[in-house]
Design a protein around this ligand. Structure first.
Ligand code: G6P
Length: 612
């Protein structure tokens, strides 16, 4: 996730772009840069300023070395290919410096593209996938920038919002969108491009939302939208009335809801460039060799909070797919428990922030006992990532709501990829299985989108729960893992007492608390234990419980047992946690909203717990 901005008009571009980038900083903040077409010279050239670090560092550079010009593009980065550095910061230019690009997304086949450009004599100055696009546009240019961009992106596979500017045609900017978001802001004699509406909302309230597969050309007079393949598109103008606070949250009432809705994009990004159609997996920061993967005798997962719940799903994935004994430990327990960690083992430390004190301590302990350490984290350059042998980045982008949602989904997806990578080497995941799971992973964004499309049903179900005293979540296997996270979400923000337990455990104690009207939420996606879980549903029904189920849309039995059902699309049972958690996140959100709580900053909790 990165933020991009473009401007053509009468005003000085650099200060205006810098201001817009500050509003996009939530999308990434490890480096930033701006390019403008210099307006002071005859033969127009492009000047670039860029720097590692927060946008304020770039602002300092611009104070000392200002950029003069009224056409420009800018970028704030969340590293995927190449560490945060001055060289890897966007914008990127071709060797001549006459073509400049900023990009949000991932070019999946950039290795092949780079190899062939290198063979043709192109010289690269960064480790990014983006730089190949600047070279490709230059290579394709024969006097028409729009056509050059069209031809260049034909070579590129993956997801991108790409913005291109050239000294050869300095009055306009060309952009294309495939998956990653892009909007055009229409001003009076000036036009903007941005990753989202709030970035330029102080300049205009009229927008064109660019759709997947479209190309847009902006100049001071306005914008023309076309299909990438050719053909004009007539896009109606969207007039936006948001106030400043709504704008910051992208039109959503809370960051949590915004982040829940970002999950389809986050799943796409976390998979992007890592999984071939054949099921082959390429994980850029995971450096262990096949011999090590084959030698692993024990997998340890350590984490806290939501990341721990992602680890519970991970344990099922690794045990089922790899048949390697897998332990998942709360980091705060593991660090003092004298765990039986020995080599050859792999410890996966999961942490959104990469800074949780307990997780760091448990990870260090495991490593000191001979385990190889893999950091599964969302933050590039975090302490955990710096200390680990291998790094698997989720690509959820910055998460602002204390209650974690999109980071959790990304952690799940990353663990499927890791399991495929290890499983292929060990011969336990064959090509067919890998291809099947690969297909399932690629389908997930659309399926999560479908669940989000039915938020209204969840909002209705929330009304039934909002006044409860206690709520119980049950499930088996992966459904139990999801139930744990659903319960945590509910208690974090609604302050309602809730507990999750394996469905079979209910009768050993908690059943005593179930009386008429007690809400019991059951997650029911695992075919292998479906009937068994259903027995537990009968047990609570017999005590008068009100049962809310999360189940597949084609499950025809569930409706006769549950009082209400939140439906999710049918997936491979192994992948269902990614979709099944979504209605539970929305449920927690709506219950908290009905109860009038501060959703993004719940009482007593912190986003990142960096002390013991
Ligand atoms: C805090 C947050 C949780 C998070 C946990 C672990 O308690 O409120 O949402 O799951 O820390 O954080 P980490 O950054 O290590 O994933």
């Amino acid at each position: 996730m990165c933020g991009i901005l473009g401007y053509v008009g009468p005003r000085q571009a650099a200060p205006l772009i810098l201001d817009g980038l500050r509003r996009l900083e939530y999308r990434g903040y490890d480096s930033a840069g701006i390019a403008v077409v210099a307006d002071s010279v005859e033969d127009r050239v492009i000047d670039v300023r860029k720097a590692k670090g927060k946008i304020e560092r770039l602002a300092g550079i611009l104070d000392r070395e200002p950029l003069a010009g009224t056409v420009g593009i800018g970028h704030t980065r969340w590293a995927t290919h190449g560490v945060p550095s001055d060289a890897n910061a966007h914008p990127h230019t071709d060797a001549s410096g006459r073509f400049v690009v900023v990009h949000n997304g991932i070019i999946e086949n950039f290795h092949e593209l780079k190899r062939s450009l290198l063979a043709d004599g192109h010289v690269f100055t960064s480790e990014t996938d983006t730089e190949v696009l600047a070279h490709l546009v230059a290579e394709e240019y024969d006097g028409n920038l729009v056509e050059a961009v069209r031809r260049a992106v034909r070579h590129a596979a993956g997801a991108y919002a790409l913005v291109v500017m050239s000294a050869a045609e300095p009055e306009r900017i060309v952009a294309v969108r495939k998956v990653s978001p892009l909007v055009v802001g229409l001003g009076d004699g000036e036009t903007f491009l941005a990753s989202d509406i709030p970035a330029v909302l102080q300049h205009t309230r009229d927008f064109l939302v660019i759709e997947d597969g479209e190309l847009v050309v902006i100049d001071a007079a306005g914008a023309t939208v076309e299909l990438i393949g050719g053909g004009v598109v007539h896009r109606p103008v969207l007039h936006v009335d948001w106030d400043a606070e709504q704008a910051e949250k992208g039109g959503f009432e809370h960051f949590m809801l915004k982040e829940i809705y970002e999950q389809p994009a986050v799943v796409t990004e976390t998979v992007s460039g890592r999984l071939e159609a054949s099921g082959e997996v390429w994980l850029e920061g995971v450096g262990f060799d096949d011999a090590f993967a084959a030698s692993i005798e024990h997998l340890w997962i350590t984490a806290c909070g939501t990341a721990y719940h992602a680890g519970l799903v991970g344990r099922e994935i690794f045990s089922r797919l790899l048949r390697i004994p897998t332990s998942v430990e709360f980091a705060h327990e593991m660090r003092y428990a004298d765990p039986l960690v020995t080599a050859p083992s792999l410890t996966v430390a999961i942490s959104q922030s990469g800074e949780t004190a307990d997780t760091l301590a448990a990870a260090r302990l495991a490593r000191s006992r001979g385990s190889r350490l893999l950091a599964l984290t969302n933050v590039v350059g975090s302490t955990l990532s710096r200390e680990a042998d291998d790094i698997l980045y989720t690509r959820a982008g910055p998460e602002i709501s204390v209650a974690s949602t999109k980071a959790y989904s990304a952690m799940l997806v990353a663990q499927y990829l890791l399991a495929l990578r290890i499983g292929r080497v060990r011969g336990v995941v064959d090509a067919d299985l890998s291809e099947r799971i690969g297909r399932g992973l690629h389908a997930l964004p659309g399926q999560v989108e479908a669940v989000l499309g039915d938020e209204e049903s969840v909002a209705k179900a929330a009304i039934q729960i909002a006044d409860a005293q206690d709520v119980y979540f049950i499930g088996r296997g992966l459904d139990y893992a999801v139930a744990m996270e659903g319960s945590l979400k509910l208690k974090e923000i609604s302050y309602l007492h809730s507990e999750a337990m394996p469905a079979g455990e209910l009768k050993h104690g908690t059943l005593a608390l179930v009386t008429k009207g007690t809400p019991v939420i059951v997650v029911l996606t695992q075919g292998a234990v479906y009937d068994k879980t259903m027995s537990a549903v009968q047990e609570v029904k017999a005590r008068g419980a009100t049962v809310l189920a999360v189940g597949y849309e084609d499950d025809s039995s569930i409706g006769s047992f549950a009082d209400d059902v939140l439906r999710i699309p049918r997936t491979d049972d192994l992948l269902s946690p990614v979709t099944a958690i979504v209605p539970l996140q929305l449920l927690a959100y709506h219950v908290a909203r009905l109860r009038g709580h501060d959703i993004d900053q719940p009482r007593n909790l912190a986003k990142s717990v960096t002390v013991e």
